[in-house]
Design a protein around this ligand. Structure first.
Ligand code: ATP
Length: 471
């Protein structure tokens, strides 16, 4: 029963995303492309607000972090140095009967089992399916042994498609930061500890994209590499976990749905000293939003080895020379957008004008993150004085906050639309706004609150400050 409810909820959220322009299937008119999603008008604003909030809080408001914006296709040696060419793989199995393909670890999990690691290091480990694992599609046990499948998308640079021209779409944004470490260090007047941040697209040819946008093949990351003095890793790691948790609350994710998963020693990569995943309780389970890893000096050392450039930092004060260690908070924009959509979704029973009960769907986004902050309506679209006044207010507010114009249908319908889009406030210009001189309501409008549905009269001249005080 509980399971059925959860799927139900996810279906409702997916339907609302399409209906209100948050998320569409990519290439929808051609039947979509598995693992690719497009953001519509509301979704594009939501995503931009997430990225702006991150960039403002992680880069602009700090003195010890600077940003970069690097290319998606980079020198292929970068991926050899980082280990992605050999080790960025997922174990894949095929069902010999129905021909479906699965990620072996996920299939084992669905069968309540664990994938067996027989031998080898990260790069050459040999995996085996435990007894009793069955195809989750047709139930057959005729499954192939797991094979390593590299998740990087390959392409060719230049007109000749030969081995020398192979390049990859980046599977993470982090490596560009390491590759540009020396250039940034030379220009940015920063001293260790300091960080380099980047927001951008990443691509992974996931074997099994699923759970709506949660696991996509093209997605966006927001990554920070925070370089620290060796020995201070644990302290900085702890600080970043706390900072990041607070940030999720600041964009409106409830603390009750957030949690941390602490990696055990045997779950860590060989170079890492700690890793914490920030988790969110999605309707389909508790899943990762962001990983925060203390990666030692693995990445810079690897690039030093592969490029021949010294990736060292010289400390003027202590006269020490060292390769900095790094703490990496790495978050996915699309997963955060999905978490916000899931957390915001609410239904309540309300009475309409005629006293009939109906279900109101409302997206309770924090105003900071809501796609549109305020919608402006003329009470009637065919009364020019109302329309002119409303236009005037719209133009007055537009430079200050994301404002939407709406004059379709009746006011009740417009409220429902804005509720589903998560707009915190709606302004209606009515005949009282245009009242005779001396009337107390002249030059006031109704401001309706999304959550309480209460309306209050506010003077037009005070609107900008009224909203500023609430944002
Ligand atoms: P998972 O175990 O879920 O595949 P991961 O641990 O491989 O994720 P990282 O490599 O740590 O993920 O990537 C950092 C962040 O990038 C993740 O926390 C997530 O928010 C985002 N991310 C990674 N893969 C995807 C994907 N396929 N679709 C959407 N976001 C992703």
């Amino acid at each position: 029963m509980a399971e059925a409810k959860k799927t139900d909820l996810m279906e409702k959220i997916v339907a609302l995303c399409k209906r209100r322009g948050f998320i569409f299937q990519s290439s929808d008119i051609y039947g979509g492309l598995n693992g690719f999603w497009d953001y519509g008008p509301a979704g594009a604003e939501l995503k931009r607000n997430i990225k702006d909030a991150w960039w403002n809080d992680v880069v602009r408001k700090r003195t010890d972090v600077v940003g970069i914006d690097a290319t998606i296709i980079m020198h292929p040696r970068i991926w050899e140095a980082s280990g992605h060419t050999t080790a960025f793989t997922d174990p894949m199995v095929d069902c010999r009967v129905c021909k479906k393909r699965f990620r072996a670890d996920q299939l084992c999990e669905e069968n309540g089992k664990k994938l067996v690691i027989e031998t080898g290091s990260e790069a050459e480990k040999k995996l085996k399916l435990p007894e009793g694992v069955r195809c989750s599609h047709c139930g057959s046990d005729q499954l192939t042994e797991p094979r390593a499948f590299n998740l990087m998308f390959k392409t060719y640079v230049g007109p000749v498609e030969d081995a020398g021209a192979v390049a990859y779409l980046r599977p993470e944004t982090a490596q560009a930061i390491f590759a540009q470490f020396l250039n940034v260090l030379n220009v940015s007047r920063q001293k260790v500890p300091f960080g380099i941040a980047q927001i951008g697209k990443a691509f992974r040819n996931e074997i099994n994209p699923r759970n709506f946008t949660f696991r996509s093949r093209e997605f966006e990351q927001m990554e920070l590499e925070f370089f620290v003095k060796p020995g201070t890793d644990a302290e900085w790691h702890q600080r970043w976990v706390e900072e990041r948790l607070k940030w999720y609350e600041s964009i409106g994710l409830p603390a009750t749905k957030l949690s941390c998963y602490n990696y055990k020693k045997d779950e860590l990569a060989h170079y890492a000293s700690a890793c914490v995943d920030i988790m969110f309780a999605f309707p389909f389970g508790v899943q990762e939003l962001e990983g925060i890893a203390a990666r030692g000096n693995f990445d810079l050392s690897q690039h030093q080895k592969f490029s021949g450039e010294k990736m060292e930092y010289f400390d003027d004060e202590t006269k020490e020379r060292y390769i900095p260690h790094v703490v990496e908070p790495s978050a996915g924009v699309d997963r955060i957008a999905l978490a916000l959509l899931c957390a915001a979704y609410d239904e309540e029973t309300v009475k309409d004008d005629k006293g009939h009960t109906e279900t109101r769907v409302v997206m309770r986004f924090a105003p900071r993150i809501a796609p549109v902050k305020v919608a402006v309506f003329p009470l009637l679209r065919n009364k020019p004085p109302l329309v002119e006044k409303a236009q005037e207010i719209f133009r007055m507010l537009q430079p200050h906050l994301t404002t939407q114009w709406d004059d379709r249908g009746n006011v009740g319908k417009r409220y429902r639309y804005q509720d589903e889009q998560g707009t915190p406030w709606c302004i209606t210009v009515d005949f009282e706004t245009l009242a005779e001189k001396g009337d107390a309501l002249k030059d006031t409008v109704t401001v309706r609150d999304r959550d309480t549905m209460k309306q209050e009269r506010v003077k037009i001249g005070e609107l900008v400050n009224w909203f500023k005080a609430r944002l």
